[in-house]
Ligand binder design. Structure first.
Ligand code: ADP
Ligand code: MG
Length: 396
């Protein structure tokens, strides 16, 4: 789950991470009022979307830049008016862009230098890592590729937590000394507390800025939260903005389904992420293109399969469905009954290939065969992939 920059700012304030004051607005008039409250001059207006690269982005109406420095309340209102209700395209949004329905009005600072700083979950070390670079404000993937020596990585043990010497080491790697180093250490420590207490998997501050009056402040924020911990993060869940997410993924999450849309035409419905990955692979191996990743988890109940079919069929590119279910604890016959009921409920008209394996598989296959529906049974992964690829090719 992600949040907006203005919401990240609220978390920053709660955990004592230094950041310029600001407030969110949903209308141009509101933006003007906030600008007045903040003193009118020396402010920034920033488009709020779940994507970076806003500064260099362009709106579809031709207006340039999702981040503007302004110097009067009237100007804030004018700029907000040009952003709100418009679609911003950045290198992270894809060509379709993202609709801006809120703007942040915040104090501008005079930047003397920009840095990159992040804390993230690091699978490689089974722990956490602090990442810092003197190349702030830039695309960090590009820095990592071209000048990896400009990136510092400090690993944090999950039970010991961030140690003061580690925060100092990272500050030193950025060339910060004296009071600036102290401020950076304070900010890193506050951010670490925020990261840990809020069950984040990533907090990225790009840029972390040093101002001309020697303050260390976070000017931008990107957050990712561990979805498995959201049950104990009510405040975080309350920040969720589903309008920023793929509507199919939102619908899927309501039924405990993991769905990710792709651009092929063969939809897959699978239980277990590993099996889902191999199903997508085998479809490709046999010349097909998967339309999605869809993991129904351990269950595959009638309700889940029906919801999954509906989501799958909402994609106009889908020309066939491959169901690949392993009945472990679940009985294949119950799954087969669920698939039939779901196919009937959505009045399925495109080819459906079902591969069942495991507990009570023979009964499951018999149920499918006797259903009277045009369901093709398959034996094994290869047979399943070949059958669905052939069926889709034939239908085309
Ligand atoms: P994005 O990464 O989406 O482009 P940022 O929040 O990083 O958005 O803003 C882009 C640039 O705008 C920053 O690198 C910084 O130079 C400038 N900027 C952002 N916020 C402020 C601020 N409060 N004061 C001064 N400059 C800012
Ligand atoms: Mg940024």
């Amino acid at each position: 789950m992600n949040i907006h920059e203005y919401q990240a700012k609220e978390l920053f304030e709660k955990f004592g991470v230094a950041t310029p004051p600001g407030k969110v607005a949903a209308t141009a008039e509101e933006a003007g009022k906030i600008a007045e409250e903040l003193g009118g001059a020396g402010l920034v207006v920033k488009a709020q979307v779940h994507a970076g690269g806003r500064g260099k982005g362009t709106f579809k109406n031709g207006f340039k830049g999702g981040v503007h420095v302004i110097n009067t309340a009237a100007e804030a209102q004018d700029i907000a008016g040009k952003m709100l209700g418009q679609t911003l395209v950045t290198h992270q949004t894809g060509p379709e862009g993202k609709l801006v329905s809120k703007v942040l009005v915040a104090k501008a600072v005079d930047i003397s230098k920009e840095y990159y700083f992040a804390i993230l979950f690091d699978r490689g070390s089974s722990g956490h890592a602090l990442i810092a670079s003197t190349e702030g404000g830039m695309n960090i993937e590009e820095v990592a590729e071209k000048t990896p020596e400009k990136i510092t990585k400090e690993f944090v043990h999950p039970t010991i937590g961030l140690q003061a010497y580690q925060a100092r080491k990272v500050a030193a790697s950025l060339g910060l000394k004296g009071p600036l180093a102290n401020q950076a250490v304070k900010l890193f420590t506050a951010l670490w507390n925020l990261y840990l207490k809020s069950d984040c998997s990533l907090v990225e501050v790009n840029p972390l800025a040093i101002t001309t009056d020697n303050q260390v402040v976070a000017l931008d924020a990107k957050f990712n939260f561990d979805d498995n911990a959201l049950y104990r993060q009510k405040d975080v869940v309350a920040m969720r903005d589903t309008t920023e997410e793929d509507p199919r993924e939102v619908a899927a999450s309501e039924f405990g389904l993991n769905y990710i849309g792709l651009d092929g035409n063969i939809a897959c419905l699978v239980n277990g992420a590993g099996l889902a990955m191999s199903t997508m692979d085998i479809i490709k191996l046999h010349g097909g293109e998967p339309a999605n990743f869809l993991d129904v988890g351990g269950g595959a109940s009638k309700e889940q399969v029906t919801a999954a079919f509906k989501i799958i069929l909402g994609d106009p590119n889908v020309k066939g469905i491959l169901v690949n279910i392993f009945g472990g604890i679940m009985d294949c016959n119950i799954i087969a009954t669920g698939i039939i009921a779901a196919a009937q409920e959505v009045s399925l008209t495109i080819p459906l290939v079902v591969r069942l394996e495991g507990n009570n598989v023979e009964a499951g296959k018999k149920t499918l065969a006797e259903s009277g529906l045009a369901i093709t049974s398959a034996d094994g992964l290869t047979d399943a992939a070949q059958k669905i690829v052939a069926a889709v090719a034939q239908a085309a």
